[in-house]
Design a protein around this ligand. Structure first.
Ligand SMILES: Nc1ncnc2c1ncn2[C@@H]1O[C@H](COP(=O)(O)OP(=O)(O)O)[C@@H](O)[C@H]1O
Ligand SMILES: [Mg+2]
Length: 322
């Protein structure tokens, strides 16, 4: 199991260190898909990157809590062990494949390098594995593709190459940060189908970061809803779809394009996610929430609702749930 335990991350804004992720806990089990959902700016990417301990290179000034892989702390791991874990046990797929692919090296040389970094293979073996991986992600001319450069590929093909790279060392967990956001809708569907297929075949634990609640319904077993640095609701997908508790979750669900009638404007949540340093003292969502009252001006703890598995951070949960 890959576990995020009470994770807090600070960044520096105008010379001041402020919290951007606050007390986040998540559990990602082998063979299951966990969705991390929320609007842009809620801290999803920072949380995802912390799961590979990438934050320290991305401007994180302070980290609290822990990330545990099979109860081993990622935060107290030496660099050598961490290098094996990254890619070897936990791999990441980014939103924009060009940031993860190097334009000056061919697809083959990048793929073979990743394979040889983690697996004890000579060049020929690694090349054969690279071809196999490209076929696994649905590339037909895998052999010719090895010689091509990322620039020559379409967005969808680049994302397939990136998925092949993520699979290179047979990881146990994949962290996919908005893996299809940059792609056309038709391509998105195929990439998602591919990811789910690989996840099932290899019994992967998949964390899917997205702002799209529709995608969560399609793909995930569990979901965690994030707002302004905190998890505001979490639980099994079906439970949350049938009985969303938090007003933010309900608002996000209402914003799914497929819920709106054709020709009718899509509902939006008024206002904006407050940036780090500008969070309200009480419930972070209160300034945008129709149910907010005086009690919401004090910090709100998460509590179980309906079942121990379903938690929500809202004082008005019983009212909302009815
Ligand atoms: N290195 C950084 N320095 C300053 N602010 C940052 C840094 N990284 C992220 N942030 C801020 O932290 C918040 C959360 O960012 P992020 O995790 O990227 O959100 P999401 O992925 O949910 O859109 C945003 O307001 C973002 O501007
Ligand atoms: Mg992001």
């Amino acid at each position: 199991m890959l576990e995020v335990s009470d994770l807090s991350l600070s960044v520096s804004i105008q010379g001041e260190s402020v919290e951007a992720v606050s007390g986040v806990s998540l559990k990602l089990k082998a063979g299951s898909v966990l969705g991390l959902v929320g609007e842009s700016g809620c801290g999803k990417s920072m949380t995802a990157q912390a799961m590979l301990r990438l934050g320290e290179h991305q401007g994180v000034t302070k980290a609290g809590g822990d990330i545990l892989i099979d109860r081993q702390s990622l935060f107290s791991m030496d660099d050598e062990t961490l290098r094996h874990i990254r890619g070897g046990r936990i791999a990441m797929i980014f939103q924009e494949p060009m940031t993860a692919l190097n334009p000056v090296f061919s697809v083959g040389s990048q793929l073979i390098e990743v394979i040889r970094l983690h697996l004890d293979m000579d060049k020929r073996q690694a090349r054969a594995r690279a071809i196999g991986l490209l076929q696994d992600v649905g590339m037909q001319d895998a052999e010719q593709l090895l010689a091509q450069y990322p620039d020559a590929l379409s967005g969808g093909m680049r994302q397939r190459v990136l998925i092949a790279m993520a699979m290179a060392a047979d990881p146990d967990y994949i962290i996919a940060d908005e893996p299809t956001t940059a792609l056309d809708v038709s391509v998105q569907k195929r990439i998602i189908a591919l990811l789910l297929n690989l996840q099932k075949k290899r019994n992967l634990g998949l964390l899917l970061v997205t702002h799209d609640f529709g995608l969560v319904a399609e793909m995930c077993d569990q979901v965690a809803v994030m707002y302004a640095g905190q998890i505001v609701e979490a639980g099994p997908v079906k439970e949350i779809f049938d009985h969303p508790a938090h007003p933010y979750t309900r608002a996000l669900m209402g914003c799914r394009p497929e819920v709106s009638e054709p020709g009718v404007l899509m509902p939006v949540i008024g206002g904006q996610v407050p940036p780090p340093g500008r969070w309200p003292a009480g419930c972070h969502f209160a300034p945008r929430c129709a149910l907010a009252d005086n009690a919401c001006q004090a910090p709100v703890a998460a509590k179980a609702w309906r079942s121990g598995e379903h938690i929500a951070r809202c004082l008005h949960v019983p009212e909302v749930g009815q």
